[in-house]
Design a protein around this ligand. Sequence first.
Ligand code: PGA
Length: 234
Amino acid sequence: MKNLIVANWKMNPTSQKEAEDIFSKIKEGAEDASAEVVVCPPFIYLSLLKGLTLGAQDCFYEDKGAFTGEISTAMLRDLGVEYVIIGHSERRRYLKETDEIVNKKIGEALENGLKVIFCIGETGEERDAEKKKEVLERQIRKGLEGIESLENVNVAYEPIWAIGTGNNCGVEETKESIDFIRGVVKPETRILYGGSVKSENSGDYIKFAGANGLLVGGASLKPDEFIKIVKSAE
Ligand code: PGA
């Protein structure tokens, strides 16, 4: 099983030129990587970028029809997109995505042959109240309800308090969460860590916390830094 390193560009950058520049640098640096590298740009750049595995940052749960503004998994497949991030905490928070919506999206994505990066994670308050495991288990059980095969499901453990804060989760604590998640999903399911990953800490998650990959936000927009992260996972 290869380690999976995912670049989540979020709502960045703001021009096609910049997107192409960042992408081509990543492509060059990641060419001989032994890890699997996936870049997830905003939807509108997906057809522009070629030469690396692409992922979308979201999808809708219907194939087509009267759903203004939405993008379907069939459309993504047609563009050659292989992965889709589902259930990111920013979507749960700002777009009010529930576990039920996440579950429908995962089902639809798998049915259309996309590989899923299923995000879960606790808030700082839930962690302080010692509710982490309860929250993670609920997100997994509801998110994967009725999903028969986990073959194309990757779980990304992203503690919300660690995302974009520079305050990455310690290796010991991450290991404890990953071990717990592994007990709820299948032993062979790839589990990624995400939350303020940078090249100084990235290798430790793979080597010491048992992560099978990383979901990288901010640092994935800096090609040199992202390539260092990719290499640290080898
Ligand atoms: P970050 O974001 O690396 O900027 O913390 C990670 C994510 O939200 O996927």
